[in-house]
Every structure is written in C-alpha cells, then in structure tokens.
Write a protein that binds this ligand. Structure first.
Ligand SMILES: [Zn+2]
Length: 252
C-alpha cells in the first residue's frame, strides 16, 4: 500500500511530510475495528491524544507512525497523563504504523486495543535535560513487546491489507477485558503471553513452568499457582480456552 503523494510536495521537513501522509492515509483507509463503521473522523490537530474517532461508536484512536521497524517499544508522549488515562479507562486505542520512508510505502499497521493496556506496559523515560526546550518534561515508551500476541492486531501486514472481518474478530475476542479491573488485566496479559509460548493444546503442568517468571512480574503475590488456575478459568469463561479434560487446555 502506497501513500498518496499527489500534491504533497510543499513540506519543509520529512517528519512534517510523514505526519501529513500518514494521517491522510488513515483518513482514507482507516476504519473502526470496534464496530461495523468503515469510516473514522479525523480530529482537529490540537487534540493531543486522539487523532481519529469513530462516528458511530465513538471509539477513540491515536496514530503513531515510525519510518522504521516498530520493534518492541514505541516512544509515545507524556508519561503521567497517559497513566492517568489508563487508570481512568479513557485511554485511546493505538494504531502503530511502520512505513518505508524511501519509497513511501505503508509496510505494517498494528492495532493495540485499549482494553489490553495497563500501566505496566508504559515505561517512564528520563526527564529532558535542563538545556532542552521542554526541560524536565517526562515522556514514555509503550512496551508493545510485553503484550500478548492477541493484543497486537495487524490491519496491514507486509504491505497487504488484512481483511476487515478478521481484524474485527480479533478485537471482539478479547473485548471482555473491558470489564476486567486493571490488576486482573495485567494477570491475564501475562498468562496469555505464557499460553502463547505453548502448543495450542497444553497442560497445567506446562503452565506451572512459568511460575518463577510470573513471580518476578508479580512480586507481591505469594500464590502464583492458584492465580494461574484462576486466570485460565477466566479465559475459559470468556471463550478463549477450552478445558479438554482435567489439567488439559486448548487455545481456541
Ligand atoms: Zn466504531
């Protein structure tokens, strides 16, 4: 998928051009993964955290574009306001776009639904130096690599658009997370990361092998094994897992 370079020749810097092109691409190709709307409405430029909003269901989206590989971490705005929004349940969903700045090709666009996002995946950056224009300002990195694969839904992969129905299905599958508390979400994410390391059919014993690793992530919890069982239950109740027989699970 290529950017429409049409009349975009009068920009001073490449970063300004990139911003205009990526937003234009989204205005033209973007759609709402949360509902059947095939349109998104672009927000005015002064709206800092929301770039697009769905005219039907009001889902909010923030777009971050990078002229290089997205990788495991993306720099993403001021730290504290982001944490406050996540805690308040008002954080937007994210679209992360990766483009080739030589040929102006859209290579990958990844959706991260807000219902997966917890404060754990937002890393605080060092404050800007006293000599900086915005001295003392504290930015953040979004640690996408810490999220389970299910939280990273491709809408464009290797320059090919993924069918809308597929994207919407990926969204719907985990929409139940919206009703979970933040602490529960953190656990479910970590358990899902473990499940994704195993075969589709796996045993409780295999899950217990992640006990040490989970204990490091949740140092205040002294009952890791019961927690693992409880989270597997939550995943089953929400149709993500199937219990085949005692101690044996299937990722659907
Ligand atoms: Zn919508």
């Amino acid at each position: 998928m290529k950017f429409n370079l049409g009349t975009q020749t009068h920009y001073k810097s490449n970063s300004q051009l990139a911003r205009v092109l990526t937003e234009a691409w989204f205005a033209e190709n973007g759609y709402c993964p949360a509902c059947p709307s095939e349109e998104l409405t672009q927000m005015p430029n002064n709206e800092k955290v929301v770039d697009f909003i769905c005219p039907d269901c009001a889902a909010k989206y923030q777009l971050k574009a990078k002229g290089q590989h997205i990788g495991k971490s993306v720099a993403n705005g001021a730290y504290q306001p982001k944490i406050d929004m996540i805690r308040a349940g008002t954080a937007p969903n994210w679209f992360f776009m990766e483009y080739d700045k030589k040929d102006w090709l859209v290579e990958n666009v990844m959706l991260v639904p807000a219902h997966f996002v917890t404060p754990d995946i937002v890393q605080k950056r060092n404050p800007l130096k006293p000599t900086a224009r915005r001295a003392g300002w504290v930015g953040s990195n979004v640690l996408i690599g810490k999220l389970p694969l299910d939280a990273r839904i491709y809408i464009v992969r290797d320059s090919e658009e993924v069918p809308h129905s597929h994207v919407r299905k990926g969204w719907k599958r985990f929409e139940f997370l919206k009703t979970q508390k933040l602490s529960a979400k953190g656990w479910l994410n970590d358990i899902l990361v473990c499940v994704r390391h195993l075969d589709k059919e796996f045993t409780l014993g295999e899950m217990y092998e992640f006990e040490d690793r989970l204990a490091v992530l949740h140092p205040h919890n002294k009952h890791i094994r019961p927690k693992i069982r409880q989270q597997l239950q939550v995943l089953r109740d929400n149709g993500i897992l199937e219990f085949l027989k005692p101690g044996t699970y299937l990722l659907k």
